[in-house]
Write a protein that binds this ligand. Structure first.
Ligand SMILES: Cc1ncc(COP(=O)(O)O)c(C=O)c1O
Length: 372
């Protein structure tokens, strides 16, 4: 039996620690989970009923979620042909690389970033080129270094991953920076703009991928139902691009990747009856983001201006804070040597985080001068 070396050396996906695991280890019984950038709310109105109605499970769904593509197309005013659906946008990161890279080709992505970019490259036998993100002292704040990414593009580069708002730095990419990068990238190289958190961006300067697709045939925009739409457990994402790239992505993505219940859930979440509640939740997350940012800054903590549903605190001490917060019943996401990512939860969960953070605040103050 032979497993490809690229597969053998691939790490397992790290989904972080869970309340159940922490309780089983003898830690707090019901920890608050602010580590996955998930929606803290139950499914939107109509979603559970729609999933229950999707009961003809003995039949296959359409191979490429035709009804969902039609609904998304209508919402975005694009043709269904330019949409490639999948069981999560994570899958589409792999599809993009699989559609474009031969062994030895290059994939450029920011570091740190969503781990799927690197995994997709390594799985395809492509060379992964990580470009460090800007530090917090940069004029534009922490985030993508578009100059360095453009400079890293070479003759073997097939894919450039961008993420806006960026996970984990939380900042949006300015449209000017995006346009500058597109001008520097050869037209044969695909640029992937991962907009998993786009619904939470409020700054008018932030790039809007859907406005750019028609004028950039080498652009792929990734969106997901996992974050603002609160369907992480259902697994639905989609790519929007030009028709040639979209057809290629559909071909390399496993047919039937969006299951019948998942498609029903996404259609219900897109339905006008869900819209008022979707808007209310988005507004609450944004208000809570502002509140958390203000409270942390009041405590002397250096927090980035977030355009997403999570906050980023630059510090060498993220892992230690995460361990201390966990002992206080709050799970966050540490990045060794770089910082701490904290998902915006419901108001009571955010209060629990602020209380726990105040309890470890003595340590934070001592570390002040060591922040990058
Ligand atoms: C930047 C980014 N892209 C994509 C995803 C994955 O989304 P999906 O649930 O659609 O696979 C995540 C999940 O955390 C993410 O942070």
């Amino acid at each position: 039996m032979r497993i490809r070396a690229a597969v053998e050396s691939l790490p397992d996906y790290n989904a972080g620690r869970t309340p159940a695991l922490i309780a089983a280890e003898g830690g707090p019984a019901a920890a608050v989970k602010l580590s996955g950038n998930e929606s803290p709310y139950p499914p939107l109105p109509g979603v559970i009923e729609a999933v229950a109605r999707a009961s003809e499970l003995n039949r296959y769904p359409t191979p490429y979620a035709d009804a969902l593509r039609a609904a998304i197309g209508e919402r975005l005013a694009v043709d269904a042909d330019v949409i490639a659906p999948a069981g999560g946008s994570l899958q589409l990161c792999r599809s993009v690389v699989e559609a474009t890279c031969d062994p030895g080709d290059e994939v450029i992505a920011p570091m740190p970033a969503f781990s799927a970019y690197r995994m997709a490259a390594e799985l395809a036998g492509a060379r992964f080129v990580g470009v460090p993100v800007l530090g917090p002292s940069a004029a534009e704040g922490p985030g993508l270094d578009v100059d360095a990414m453009a400079a890293a593009v070479g003759p073997r580069t097939r894919v450039v991953f961008l993420c806006s708002p960026h996970n984990p730095t939380s900042t949006g990419l300015a449209a000017t920076g995006f346009v500058q990068l597109m001008a520097a990238v050869p037209r044969e190289t695909l640029v992937v703009l991962d907009e998993a958190y786009a619904e939470f961006a409020t700054d008018a300067d932030t790039v809007r991928g859907m406005d750019m697709v028609a004028s950039h045939p080498n652009l792929v925009v990734l969106r997901t139902f996992s974050k603002a739409y609160g369907l992480a457990g259902a697994r639905i994402g989609y790519a929007v691009s030009g028709p040639v790239v979209a057809a290629a992505l559909r071909r390399v993505t496993s047919p039937f990747s969006v299951s019948m219940p998942a498609e029903a859930a996404a259609l219900a979440a897109l339905h006008p009856q869900a819209l008022p509640e979707l808007r209310r939740r988005r507004a609450e997350v944004i208000a809570e983001r502002t509140r958390l940012t203000g409270e942390l800054r009041r405590r002397g903590v250096d927090v980035a201006d977030s355009a997403a549903n999570f906050l980023w605190i630059s510090s060498r001490h993220g892992p230690r804070w995460a361990r201390d917060l966990e002992r206080h019943g709050v799970i966050t996401r540490p990045y060794p040597d770089l910082g701490l990512r904290v998902t915006v939860g419901r108001p009571s969960e955010n209060d629990a985080f602020l209380r726990a953070f105040s309890d470890i605040a003595g340590d934070v103050k001592n570390d002040d001068q060591e922040w990058r």
